[in-house]
Design a protein around this ligand. Structure first.
Ligand code: UD1
Ligand code: CA
Length: 505
């Protein structure tokens, strides 16, 4: 018989979060709370993992389905009404007691809202449970602020006798600092027998899972308690304050992980790395960098301050200068981005390509060694190798109805300030003259120009200046601040010299 099944109870609404989103879907370091617990359950249990869902069941189920590949096989069961934690666990009966026979010797029960709980701690709890041959083993910790938690009540000999929920606790019980973490190991056959006997006779009118502790003691079954010293692991997220606290601890853990793996951070406190992110050694992260979602950063990259990389794959030795955003993009080795660049979804920078200041790319590939260095928008565009895209180039990819593609072939040269009206193709090695509006395909090696011929009038500017000065007498001698300023006027002087005087005449 297998030893340990796991039950994650995630059906609660999380009223205290004051949110439209179910509590267990609130993210911590980029993953929903529930992810951490389901992942932990899968790593410690050798038998089935059951997740009990209820509030916003469809959304929670969708998340579990979509993350299926990351988890051990799961059973999802529904708690139709949220009648308490004991009632939630009861819903797993059909899966864990098929035909009235236990599917595994013991069950690990996890609240879904303690994402910092470590695998090592849970492993120790399972070992303790086996060693003590207990019917029930409960994890506790001494909290500096026990408010909101169930208190663990022990007898004179130090044996656990019951857990009292705060609303039901008397003054003396409230003073107890040892709290129930919401992690239990229970002999499966005892568990479901005890759950059937729960009554909702308490202040909250709920079926408390915690009441099985008292039931075990009353039956003379062995109850073990394991106290963990690390209270930060045990935070149960009930409010946004708890969520913020858990976020801080999780972020710190993730930073430590990458610092140990050879990543440099100039100011770790302001460096935010989501849990699913991976980073190569010798990458340097400047203050205020955010790495989100499923981002992968290669080795030897430099990411400067206030840049954000989301759900992107970045190769080796890539430089991302300050204040750039890279979203759902692929960046190959030795490419350079920014400062102030925006790579939108579907962008791909090939090796050693370069995207400079105030350049935006969307659904665009920039070929190896190609450059778009200044003030440019490239949307729905394929740019070949060794292309130079001049400053201020714009691909006009949208006609108000449809998006169209622009193709720029290898070694083409797009002069500054060009507009390429899609769909359009610039052939290999072709040159587009600066300031051109290109509406037709340009053959390979051709020059395309579309600007009106220049008009030059000798002395025109000098004449205009003389004309103007003739009509405007010279300024009286005065300080720059008194010039043209009416008495009592609060307005600063106009920068157009003479204007005030003309009016004052
Ligand atoms: C619970 C414990 C408390 C412990 C604390 C640790 C009980 C009665 N109390 O209190 O002793 O100190 O956790 O954080 O168990 N849930 C359901 N269905 C329900 C109700 C809750 O699935 O009907 C789930 C929630 O989604 C959550 C977990 O059970 O993941 C705990 O529920 P919550 O309401 O947060 O319990 P606490 O009041 O924190
Ligand atoms: Ca809780």
């Amino acid at each position: 018989m297998k030893k340990f099944s796991a039950i994650v109870i995630a059906a609660g609404r999380g009223k205290r979060m004051r949110s439209k989103t179910a509590k267990v879907l609130h993210p911590v370091a980029g993953r929903p709370l529930l992810w951490y617990m389901v992942s932990l359950a899968g790593r410690v249990a050798d038998a089935r993992v059951v997740v009990v869902i209820g509030h916003q069941a469809e959304r929670v189920r969708a998340f579990l389905e979509q993350s299926k590949a990351e988890f051990e096989p799961l059973d999802i069961v529904l708690q139709p009404d949220q009648l308490g934690t004991g009632h939630a666990v009861q819903q797993a009966r059909t899966v864990l007691m098929p035909n009235g026979k236990a599917a595994s010797r013991h069950c690990l029960i996890l609240n879904a809202d303690t994402p910092l709980l470590g695998r090592a701690t849970v492993k120790r709890l399972l070992a303790r449970h086996e060693k003590e041959k207990a019917a029930l083993t409960i994890l506790s910790t001494d909290a500096t602020d026990p408010r909101g938690y169930g208190r663990v009540v022990r007898d004179g000999k130090g044996h656990v006798v019951k857990v009292v929920e705060e609303p039901d606790a008397g003054r003396a019980e409230r003073a107890i600092r040892e709290v129930n973490v919401g992690t239990y190991v229970v002999e499966t056959s005892f568990l479901f027998k005890a759950l059937a006997r729960l009554r909702a006779r308490n202040v909250q009118g709920e079926y408390y899972l915690t009441d099985i502790v008292g039931l075990a003691v009353a039956e003379g079954r062995r109850v073990a308690g394991m106290k963990t010293a690390d209270a930060s692991e045990c935070i149960g997220v009930n409010t946004r304050e708890h969520l913020a606290c858990v976020e801080q601890v999780m972020r710190q853990r993730i930073r430590t992980r990458w610092l140990r793996a050879g990543v440099t951070m100039l100011d770790p406190r302001t460096t935010l790395i989501d849990d699913a992110v991976t980073i190569g050694a010798d990458t340097v992260l400047y203050p205020g960098v955010t790495l989100e979602g499923r981002t992968k950063i290669g080795a030897g990259c430099v990411i400067r301050s206030h840049s954000r990389v989301s759900n992107s794959v970045v190769g080796k030795s890539v430089t991302i200068e300050d204040s750039s955003v890279v979203d759902s993009a692929v960046v190959e080795d030795q490419a350079t981005i920014g400062p102030f660049a925006h790579l939108r979804p579907g962008s791909r920078l090939r090796k050693q390509s370069k995207v400079g200041n105030f350049v935006e790319l969307k659904n665009t590939e920039l070929g190896a060694g190609s450059k778009a260095n200044h003030l440019t928008y490239l949307g729905d565009t394929s740019v070949g190798k060794q292309v130079n895209v001049g400053a201020g180039t714009i691909t006009c990819n949208y006609d108000g109805y449809r998006k169209e593609r622009t193709m720029i072939e290898d070694e083409a040269f797009i002069g500054s300030g060009a507009q390429l009206i899609a769909p359009v193709r610039v052939g290999k090695g072709a040159v587009v003259g600066a300031g051109s509006t290109i509406t037709q395909d340009v053959p390979a090696d051709a020059l395309a120009l579309s600007r009106s011929p220049q008009v030059t009038r000798e002395e025109w500017a000098a004449k205009r200046r003389a004309d103007f000065l003739e009509k405007t007498p010279p300024a009286p001698k005065s300080t720059p601040f008194s010039r043209g300023r009416k008495k009592g006027s609060k307005e600063p002087p106009s920068p157009l010299a003479g204007e005030g005087r003309v009016r004052g005449k």
